[in-house]
Ligand binder design. Structure first.
Ligand SMILES: Nc1nc2c(ncn2[C@@H]2O[C@H](COP(=O)(O)OP(=O)(O)OP(=O)(O)O)[C@@H](O)[C@H]2O)c(=O)[nH]1
Ligand SMILES: [Mg+2]
Ligand SMILES: [Zn+2]
Length: 327
């Protein structure tokens, strides 16, 4: 008897959590030709899996994992958006107001994932001028692009060289699929017009899709992102606010909160215009969110442990009723 054939392949076809609204991975959404052994973790887009006769028998270790708090369950469930991504382009359209706070939240999630973020401003052709420094604050590269003029496209393509995966993340109508088509040089993805009154998109892309680039890189087009609740992103927050950490090294107190402490180098930088006060407020907000997340996680773990203990006691009573009899 010959041994079963094994193969390793990226899960191009497997995307059980494809819809941004879906929470649990429904096995029925896997292609019928690929099944999953019962003990194996659910693969997500970008995972490499080992196959034996079309059955997924193993999900290989991930080198990056982009997660968010599941919008339906908040702190109790992690939703993995993509695995093994090298660079995440945070796509921000210039045809609507740009929220630096939102970009900072997303940057924290990407740094936490192990991938490298880049902010990609799209639709530069619809505005008279662009100031890339409004986001990123020098800690992240910002690319200004236009699918109409072709600006920034080559620079973006250079981030997805052979063997690298570039994921595009951003709100519906931001121009993610348009960028994918420009990068691959053909109409690989469907494009949808935005609403006239507020430039919002219509959620044209509905599943995460890996699109191979001629040069050997891979693009990951994603459905428009509605929200990004941070999942355990304390390190990611620290990484995205490296400029504040650098300033904080000169604060008089090591545990300075950069509030009203004397000798605070961070508030001094705000006072003389080197740091935007909005950015410090955004940092504090995300830090508070991370602290609340940790508290809720602890509470959740405590309850789960309590429940597990209750179940063990119940089972023990069933097996040894004699030991639980009251004298
Ligand atoms: N003027 C201009 N319009 C653009 C540009 N890029 C995209 N668009 C338009 O923006 C609209 C939305 O583009 P899509 O690529 O479908 O946006 P998306 O981010 O993939 O949206 P979802 O799939 O819904 O998440 C379309 O009408 C595009 O033609 C650009 O650089 N300039
Ligand atoms: Mg799209
Ligand atoms: Zn300080």
């Amino acid at each position: 008897m010959s041994p079963p054939s094994t193969a390793s392949s990226p899960s191009l076809a497997i995307d059980p959590a494809a819809s941004p609204a879906s929470t649990a991975a429904a096995p029925s959404s896997s292609p019928p030709s690929l099944e999953r052994a019962r003990h194996v973790a659910v693969p997500v887009t970008g995972d490499w899996v080992a196959l034996v006769d079309d059955v997924v028998v193993d999900v290989l270790p991930r080198w990056s994992t982009l997660s968010r708090a599941d919008p339906a369950e908040r702190v109790t469930a992690e939703q993995v958006l993509a695995a093994n991504v090298d660079v995440v382009a945070l796509v921000c359209p210039l045809d609507r107001p740009l929220s630096a706070n939102r970009v900072e939240r997303q940057l924290a999630a990407v740094w936490e994932s192990g991938a490298v973020p880049v902010v990609v401003l799209t639709k530069a052709d619809v505005v008279a001028s662009v100031d890339p420094s409004v986001v990123g604050a020098g800690t992240t590269d910002v690319l200004v692009t236009s699918a109409v003029t072709g600006a920034g496209i080559d620079e973006l393509r250079a981030l997805a060289t052979e063997g690298r995966t570039l994921a595009l993340l951003g709100p519906s109508g931001a121009g993610k699929s348009t960028l994918v088509n420009r990068l691959v040089g053909r109409d690989a993805q469907t494009i949808g017009a935005v609403r006239e009154q507020d430039a919002r998109g219509r959620h044209t892309t509905t599943a995460r899709e890996l699109v191979p680039l001629p040069g050997g890189g891979v693009l990951l087009d994603t459905p428009g992102l509605r929200s990004l609740g941070l999942w355990d992103a304390a390190d990611g927050i620290a990484a995205s606010f490296a400029d504040i950490a650098e300033l904080a090294a000169a604060c008089r107190f090591r545990d300075c909160r950069h509030d009203r402490e004397p000798g605070c180098a961070v508030t001094a930088a705000i006072a003389d215009g080197r740091l935007d006060g909005r950015r410090l407020a955004s940092f504090h907000k995300l830090e508070r969110e991370a602290a609340v997340f940790e508290l809720l996680q602890d509470e959740h773990a405590r309850r789960q442990a309590g429940r597990r203990f209750g179940r063990v006691v119940k089972e023990h009573k069933r097996l040894h009723p004699d030991r639980w009899r009251r004298e």
